[in-house]
Design a protein around this ligand. Structure first.
Ligand SMILES: C[S@@+](CC[C@H](N)C(=O)[O-])C[C@H]1O[C@@H](n2cnc3c(N)ncnc32)[C@H](O)[C@@H]1O
Length: 202
């Protein structure tokens, strides 16, 4: 089972939102790709952070493509159901819990409210296909996934992310994931204390 949790590496996601929202303002469609989203905890964390920082009109224009290749464990059904044990929500601040979750039918579980669920589109996708899940992303989040890949595969996946981003779009990785030197010319690091990059070129 994939290791993941709500509010994981919140500082990087906050940085991503703080840079991406002003960059994307005025767009009628604002797209994020959460690549390797596992069971959705990261995806709904991203949705909560953006919902808190965007105005409600802008947030309705947001689309988050959540992808993972694990079809054996029915990740798609779990992400779409958006129902999680209350134990998993202990790190989530109480005001966010009250705003974005409701009691689920299953005892001891909570369900993400439609205001966030409606922004999420799950699809099965293998990053090693090197075909992007979509195009024109303002932000791609790919955290704790690429460490499992061979170095040449990582280089190719970063090139694919560069191609899938809109000009000037952002890419967020986990803090232990340094950019391979082969793709360093394609991105510029945005903040010194997080692996958040901005696309260079078209
Ligand atoms: C450790 S979890 C990370 C989940 C989340 N991104 C986070 O940081 O909490 C790694 C995820 O990457 C997914 N993954 C591994 N190889 C993949 C591939 N080739 N294509 C898409 N997803 C992949 C796994 O199925 C798993 O859900």
């Amino acid at each position: 089972m994939a290791f993941t949790f709500f509010m994981r590496d919140q500082p990087t996601l906050e940085h991503a939102a703080d840079h991406m929202i002003p960059y994307a303002s005025g767009r009628s469609r604002i797209k994020i790709w959460d690549a390797g989203c596992a069971l959705g905890q990261e995806t709904y964390t991203i949705a909560m952070i953006f919902a808190e920082k965007m105005n409600s009109f802008g947030f309705k224009n947001l689309r988050i493509d959540a992808t993972d290749h694990d079809s054996a464990n029915n990740f798609g059904d779990i992400v779409n159901a958006a129902t999680y044990p209350n134990d998993e929500l202990q790190r989530t601040p109480a005001e966010l819990l009250a705003k974005y979750f409701e009691p689920a039918e299953k005892p001891g579980h909570s369900r993400v409210k439609p205001i966030l669920r409606d922004r999420i589109y799950f699809q099965y996708h293998d990053l090693l296909s090197l075909k992007p899940a979509g195009q024109d992303y303002c932000l791609i989040v790919c955290k704790n996934v690429l460490l499992h890949f061979q170095y040449p595969e990582r280089v190719e996946v970063f090139k694919m992310f560069h191609q899938a981003l809109a000009p000037g779009g952002y890419l967020a990785n986990e803090n232990t994931q340094k950019l391979p030197q082969e793709v360093a010319h394609l991105f510029t690091q945005v903040v010194p204390d997080a692996q958040l990059y901005k696309k260079i070129g078209d």
